[in-house]
Design a protein around this ligand. Structure first.
Ligand code: PEP
Ligand code: MG
Length: 598
């Protein structure tokens, strides 16, 4: 059967998973809310309905807060508690009621008009804290309008049918809220594979295709959707044959998952007996509790920016100490790498960082910001030092581009130690300090840096961005964001060489460590430690267990000498399938195979 309405949109594979469900379009800017007239005798009912809707939204938000708090930790519940308070704001509610009574127009229209006016006013303000609130006001507005116009019911309930949320953009807090549903996926207009909403979606195991651009405007609510988070494709109103192919793809995925799960809890050893350590990246502290189940040998990256999701001010030293301690205790004897604030660029800044950066990726961010704000940085360092006694902490510094930044940080660490000692707080003598290698200048001076630090962790997400001058979140150039670019491979190779020479460990904690072809290249380039999202650990260990490190090394050597990323991808994909046929189903699946057109 041919379906003339069938369309395929291609975006970026931002979070793995396949979902077949109905679209729920969340782009409220597209919705025209008509100024529907209300008969005088119906005004009282309209007001009562509006008040009921407000009460319902408040109840929903509080329920959501409880659910999110229980699943992910209390620090994330506060986002929704604050929104519940905002929803019930008596000033707004009474003003809307007054206008419904006076103008005799529908509540949805008046409420939308009034809240838009508030947003307009706030956006003119120079107060960063107030501006941050726009996200929350919009979240509440969407919820209420959705309820009044009966659009959004399906998304906010915990219903069991599968839905694909279609939106231009989604902020991480929205994603947390939607994660109360088990069968939910996202088709987004903006963002790339390494945007923070995507990374959080991986943590929450929700499939995402992002960077779809204007295509999202062509999808209507209740269109039938197949969302393929492995290949980055969205199939709209697929015909029977395509649906059957994807049902088959889901079956293959089930078989692959069953095969790799057996490897998750075992050590990763190549066929020629090379041991590769596999760690987990976590975004949310409560994920630490799942590290063991997924087979993580430790935490290779905890992104502390996530403490800002629910906080507009810098978290206190005490609050940070508790979070770090909890993660360290959960992991026991296994190492935990906690990265100091990587604020700015694509990361949340909250209103705590008051800056208007004309070019945020090259701006006042991460270590630069921290060194300019020793009050903030020292608070974090002290919390880390205090927590160190509760496990095997390693501190990691982001965005290092020069030696001075390391020296200055070590000086601050020494100061913190002294100040804590003066307060009678004892700190463990040796706490390893390492750095992210994610700026090309750091690779070029890696030998100097290696003398000053205890480990390197290559952040391929940013290293690719800064080497190729391609914004990792810009959907219009996402095809140029190439992990297999020979220039990127050569930089990884140089970093490993510098690390070896100075006998420090070199890990990779960017998304490349979760990609099967990327893993072969990284092992081949001599990387001995990978850190990746918890869900992909089984697959990574499966891949490592199927390959021969010496042969992978020859492949990587040759890949470094090829001319383009496409050449590398094609050539290495072919070689892997010939050398290690066990990997063929996985590689084919990731590329959309399994009898399904990707
Ligand atoms: C990276 O840049 O590869 C990395 C791991 O850090 P983030 O994605 O948090 O920038
Ligand atoms: Mg980075």
């Amino acid at each position: 059967m041919n379906n003339s309405d069938y369309r395929i949109f291609r975006g970026v594979a931002a979070s793995p998973g396949i979902l077949i469900g109905n679209a729920v379009v969340l782009d409220y800017t597209q919705i025209e809310i008509p100024p529907t007239a209300i008969k005088p005798e119906d005004v009282a009912k309209e007001v009562a309905d509006f008040r009921n809707a407000i009460a319902k939204v408040k109840r929903e938000l509080l329920k959501l807060a409880a659910n999110v708090g229980e699943r992910l930790g209390p620090e994330y519940a506060t986002i929704f508690e604050a929104q519940a308070m905002m929803a019930g704001d008596p000033v707004v509610v009474e003003k809307v009621v007054e206008h419904i009574e006076k103008e005799k127009l529908a509540a949805a229209y008046i409420y939308d008009r009034e809240t838009r006016a508030v947003i307009e006013q706030i956006s003119q303000s120079s107060d960063a804290y107030l501006k941050e609130r726009i996200v929350d006001i919009n979240a509440v507005r969407h919820r209420l309008i959705g309820l009044l116009m009966r659009i959004k019911k399906t998304v906010i309930s915990t219903g069991s049918e599968s839905i694909v949320v279609v939106a231009k953009f989604l902020n991480p807090a929205d994603l947390l809220g939607f994660s109360v549903r088990r069968k939910i996926g996202f088709a987004l207009g903006l963002g790339g594979a390494t945007s923070h909403t995507s990374l959080l979606a991986k943590s929450l195991k929700l499939p995402v295709v992002s960077a779809l651009g204007e295509a999202v405007a062509q999808i209507k609510s209740s269109d039938k959707i197949i969302l393929d988070g492995f290949t980055g494709t969205v199939h709209v109103n697929p015909d029977h044959a395509v649906l059957e192919k994807f049902k088959n793809r889901i079956k293959i995925l089930g078989r692959l998952n069953a095969a790799v799960i057996k490897f998750a809890r075992k050590p990763a050893i190549t066929l020629d007996k090379k041991r590769i350590a596999v760690f987990g990246n976590i975004e949310i502290p409560s994920e630490a509790g799942r590290a063991d189940k997924h087979g993580a040998e430790g935490i290779g990256l905890f992104r502390t920016e996530y403490l800002f999701l629910s906080n507009n001010a810098f978290p206190s030293q005490e609050k940070q100490f508790k979070v770090y301690r909890q993660i360290l205790e959960r992991l026991g004897k296994r190492p935990v790498v906690i990265r100091t604030y990587d604020l700015g660029g694509d990361k949340f800044v909250g209103s705590a960082v008051k800056t208007v950066d004309p070019n945020p990726f090259l701006g006042w961010r991460a270590i630069r910001f921290c060194l300019d704000r020793p009050d903030v940085f020292k608070n974090q360092l002290k919390a880390l030092l205090r927590a160190a006694g509760y496990g095997r902490l390693k501190i990691m510094l982001p965005m290092i581009s020069s030696l001075d930044e390391i020296i200055a940080t070590k000086k601050l660490v020494a100061e913190c130690r002294k100040e804590l000692a003066a307060e009678g707080i004892e700190i463990r003598a040796k706490i390893p300090i390492g750095i992210m290698i994610e700026v090309p200048s750091a690779v070029l001076i890696a030998e100097h840096l290696a003398r000053e630090v205890d480990f390197f962790s290559i952040g391929t997400n940013d290293l690719i961005q800064y080497t190729l001058a391609v914004d990792r979140t810009n959907e219009s150039i996402s095809r140029l964001y190439q992990s297999y670019h020979p220039a990127v491979l050569q930089l990884i190779k140089s970093t490993v060489r510098a690390g070896r020479k100075h006998r420090i460990k070199v890990a990779v904690c960017g998304e490349m460590a979760a990609d099967p072809i990327g893993i072969v290249l990284l092992v081949g380039l001599g990387v001995e430690e990978l850190s990746l999202n918890l869900q992909s650990i089984g697959t990574a260990k499966f891949v490592i267990g199927r390959i021969n490190a010496a042969k992978a090394s020859r492949l990587a050597e040759r890949a470094c000498r090829l001319k383009t990323a496409d050449e590398v991808e094609q050539w290495i994909g072919r070689r892997i399938k010939i050398l290690w046929p066990d990997l063929r189903p996985l590689i084919d699946f990731m590329r959309g195979g399994g009898n399904a057109t990707g």
